[in-house]
Each structure stands twice: as C-alpha cells, then as structure tokens.
Design a protein around this ligand. Sequence first.
Ligand code: SAM
Length: 275
Amino acid sequence: MTPTHVRARKRFGQHFLIQPEVTQRILQLAELDGSEAVLEIGPGRGALTDELRRRCKTLILVEIDRDLVADLRTRMAGDSDVHIVEGDVLKLDLGAELGAYAPLKVVANLPYNISTPLLARLVERPELFSRLVLMLQREVAERICAAPGGKEYGALSVAVQLAARPRIAFGVPPSAFRPRPKVDSAVIVVDPFENPALEADERASVRNITRALFSQRRKQLGNLMRRLCDDGPEILERLDIAPERRPETLTPQDFVRIARAIGKPPTDPSNPTAE
Ligand code: SAM
C-alpha cells in the first residue's frame, strides 16, 4: 500500500503522482522488456516504483527523504535486485554507482528544483544510459528540446542535444499531482547517442564556451568572441559565421566547431554557470 502518512515536503519538491493513466504512459515510454536495469530518481511514495519493479531486472532507487527511504526499505525488503540509495542524486558518483549496470534506463518524476542541473549531469555520461524518461516542468522540457533561433534555445538545449535526441512525449496538468504544482509539467524521452559527437574531455570546453556565449545572448557574436579570445573575430571568419549573428542562431554543432577552433576552454569571468 502506498504510504501517505508522510507529509509532502516542499523543500524536496514533492508532488506525488495520483493519476494511474499518467503512470502507465510513462511506463510505456520506458519500453521495458524485463531484462534491463532501471534507475528511478525520487521514488517518493512509489507511484512508479512497484510497476517498474515488475518490469525490470534490477532497480536502483535514489531518494533523499529519510522517511520515504524507510518506507521503501520495508516495502522492498528481501528483494536482492532492488538497491536503495539514500541521498542527493546530484552528489551521486554516477560512474561508481551505476557503471556495473550500464546501460540503464532512467525513469523519474523529478523534483523541479533539480531537474536542470540533474539532466546536465546525466548527459555528461551518455554511455551509462540507453533511455531517460523524465517528468519535469513544461518550460524546462521546452528548453531542452528547443531548436536554434528561439528564446527557449540555450546552453541546456545544446548540452543535451549534443549527447542525445530529446523529445516531448506528452503534457501533464497540475491536477495529476498531490499537492498540485503551480506549473504545467511534461514527460520527455531522451535517447543518448550511441556515438556521441564529443569525447568526454571536449565536453567541458564546449560547455564553457556555450555558457559564456549565452550569458549575454542579446549581444552579437563578434563582440562576444573578442571577449573570449584575442583571435575570436578571425575564428568566426574562418568558420564562415557572420559576426552580427547572435548565439541563439548557432546550431549545437556550431558550438563544437567554435570550441575546437579556440582549442582550449576560456573562462568566462562574468558568469561561468549561467545559461
Ligand atoms: N516518484 C514519486 C511520484 O511520482 O509520485 C515522487 C516524485 S516527487 C516530484 C520527487 C521525489 O524526489 C520526492 O520523493 C523527493 O523526496 C525526491 N527528491 C527530491 N530531491 C532529491 C534529490 N536531490 N535526490 C534524490 N531524490 C530527491
């Protein structure tokens, strides 16, 4: 039985799924055949967990809320293929904890406050995952899947799209959760590329350059590149990228070309982590 005696904790972004139809659609998107390892982030009261358990070989659960972990341990007692990790998923050593089960599928109704940094971390290790099915804030889902040219397109879109193919599967209204969130949600499917465009050591430099360029997205590339390195304008010319263009018009591959031409990661003093 789903434990409901524990009150929802706002600081952990707890909005529990209460519509079984939504659960079923998420499970369908995971396309589990019983042989896989699945990581569920934030199992909470288990709206997805029991169904996942029935459909996979190994289930790894990462939950930060101590009380919910206690319930999960009781519920999963004796099942040696369920591994419960109590703690913050953002601090998890992904390679060490998950490497032995790779490639895994990830299924999660994410706490909204961590969805952006978490996804950025997951796509840094695309080789660990075969599919991610994630519920997150609709606006974040749109940013992840955005094409160049619009205001939703930014550093997160580039980071994800260089490592994987993301798509929005369906929207979910606040009424599907208790307590109700203030915003709309969406479920996305992210399929990591088998051969990602970037080697691990290049990812950091592309990420730094992308963030630096998007930190002033209204500025023209010519000015932005001059700030990044002395020969910035010449690099643009060599790559045949007009200096009047703005960062949001570049494709993910353009950011890679710029990073490779610069050759080393510049540090952006104005805002190293901003999008
Ligand atoms: N999966 C459940 C469901 O669909 O009803 C709960 C989803 S709720 C939106 C998010 C869950 O993530 C909560 O159980 C919360 O305690 C957990 N959580 C929040 N922050 C976390 C973190 N940093 N690491 C691991 N779990 C976290």
